[in-house]
Design a protein around this ligand. Structure first.
Ligand code: AMP
Length: 114
């Protein structure tokens, strides 16, 4: 998608601090962290949100799930704990219209984070 900021990050047009990458997904540090550790995981191929996840292949969908675990391990929060969140649509205040999962941790999380 030409004007999608996460597509631009995925193809290197906009810089990001990469945490994890494979063939299907990219994980990078959130620019406005809501927790001591806050990483965003995206599929490299554009879909708007979870409502469109069927447009991704099963390999892409599995890669997203595995990236959650791998990102938590790389961020050093797999034992202390973390939250995975995905805002979907207007009532959830989804601000970037490219599917993404927030990985939050590194300290006690409040209920309304992400
Ligand atoms: P959401 O509100 O769930 O759509 O989350 C979008 C997230 O993307 C927010 O937490 C933003 O801080 C984050 N974000 C937006 N632009 C960038 C960027 N260029 N690099 C890293 N994170 C970003």
């Amino acid at each position: 998608m030409a004007d999608c900021i996460f597509c631009k990050i995925a193809n290197g047009e906009i810089p990001s601090t990469k945490v994890y990458e494979d063939e299907h997904v990219l994980a990078f540090r959130d620019i406005h962290p809501l927790a001591p550790k806050h990483v965003v995981i995206i599929p490299k191929r554009h879909v708007q949100n979870l409502n469109e996840i069927d447009q991704l292949t099963e390999a892409e969908q599995l890669a997203l799930l595995h990236a959650c675990k791998k990102t938590a391990a790389l961020a050093g929060i797999e034992v202390s704990g973390y939250r995975i969140a995905s805002n979907c649509g207007p009532d959830a205040d989804q601000s970037v219209q490219h599917l993404h999962f927030h990985v939050l941790g590194g300290g006690k999380l409040s209920v309304n984070m992400a």
